[in-house]
Design a protein around this ligand. Structure first.
Ligand code: SF4
Length: 246
C-alpha cells in the first residue's frame, strides 16, 4: 500500500481496498462487519461507558437520565442525586419536586422523575432493592427499555444480552451499511446477526466513541476515519461519495 492509499491519520482510505459492492451478500457483509469490529478495537482500545456510576443501581438511574441528554450533563447531575438518595429505598421515598429540581438540567425532567421514582419503587418492591440481572426483568422496570437494559447488563454485569443501539450506533451502522433500519430494535437485530456475541458489548462502546469523533452526525470526517476503506458511506452528504450498499 503506498502513501497515497493512507489518509492523514495513517488509516487506509477507500482507494486502498476494493469498493464495498452496491449489493453485498450476507457472507460478505459478515466478513466486513468482523473487519470493522477489529479496526474499531484497534482504534478505540479503552472505549467504555462514559456515564459515571458506582453500582448497577446508579447505572440504571444514570441511563434513564441520559435519554435526550449528553452523558457529560448526566455526570454533572448524578453526584448530587446519589448524595441525597444513595439507594433504591431512599430514592423511592424522594419527594417528586425535590427530585425534579436536581435533575432539571437533563431535560424532560418531569417524565424522568416519574420514571426514576417508579423504577426505585419497583426495585424495592419486586427485587429487594437489587437490580435484576435478566433482560426480561429489567425491561419491566418503569423507564427501562431494551437499550437501557442492554447498557446495564453489559456494563454493570458483563452480560452480552444484545447490542446497545443509541443515536450514534444507529447512525453509524446505517452509514456503514450494516443495517438500513432507523428503528433501534430492528437495527439491533441486524447487528446481532452480523457480530459474534463476544463483540456485542465492546462494539457499541467503540461505535459511540467513533460517533463522538470522526463520524459526527452533521459533518463526518471521512478523510480521518479508520474505517474509510470498509465504509460505503450510506446517506453521507454529496461531496463525500455517498453510495447505497444494500
Ligand atoms: S466517518 Fe465516514 S467513512 Fe468513517 S464510518 Fe463515518 S461515514 Fe463511514
Amino acid at each position: 500500500m503506498n502513501r497515497n492509499n493512507r489518509n492523514r491519520k495513517g488509516h487506509p482510505t477507500l482507494a486502498a481496498a476494493a469498493p464495498v459492492p452496491r449489493r453485498e451478500g450476507a457472507a460478505a457483509r459478515t466478513l466486513r462487519a468482523a473487519a470493522i469490529a477489529r479496526r474499531l478495537a484497534t482504534a478505540y482500545p479503552g472505549a467504555t461507558c462514559s456515564l459515571d456510576f458506582a453500582s448497577p443501581f446508579q447505572l440504571v438511574i444514570a441511563t434513564i437520565l441520559s435519554a435526550q441528554c449528553t452523558d457529560r450533563r448526566v455526570n454533572l447531575v448524578t453526584p448530587e442525586l446519589f448524595r441525597r438518595w444513595p439507594d433504591p429505598a431512599a430514592l423511592a421515598a424522594a419527594r417528586p419536586p425535590d427530585l425534579e429540581r436536581v435533575i432539571r438540567s437533563t431535560g424532560f425532567f418531569r417524565a424522568k422523575a416519574k420514571s426514576i421514582l417508579g423504577c426505585a419503587r419497583a426495585l424495592v418492591d419486586r427485587h429487594g432493592g437489587h437490580v435484576p440481572q435478566t433482560l426480561e426483568e429489567l425491561v419491566r422496570l418503569p423507564g427501562v427499555g431494551r437499550k437501557t437494559a442492554n447498557v446495564v447488563l453489559g456494563t454493570a454485569f458483563g452480560t452480552a444480552s444484545g447490542v446497545v443501539v443509541d443515536t450514534h450506533v444507529g447512525r453509524i451502522s446505517r452509514r456503514l451499511g450494516l443495517t438500513r433500519h432507523a428503528d433501534a430494535v430492528r437495527a439491533e437485530r441486524d447487528l446481532i446477526r452480523l457480530l459474534p456475541r463476544d463483540e456485542w458489548i465492546g462494539f457499541s462502546h467503540r461505535l459511540i466513541e467513533h460517533g463522538r469523533g470522526p463520524c459526527a452526525a452533521r459533518r463526518p470526517r471521512c478523510e480521518d476515519c479508520p474505517l474509510a476503506d470498509l465504509c460505503p458511506r450510506v446517506g453521507v452528504a454529496a461531496g463525500r461519495r455517498p453510495r447505497t450498499a444494500r
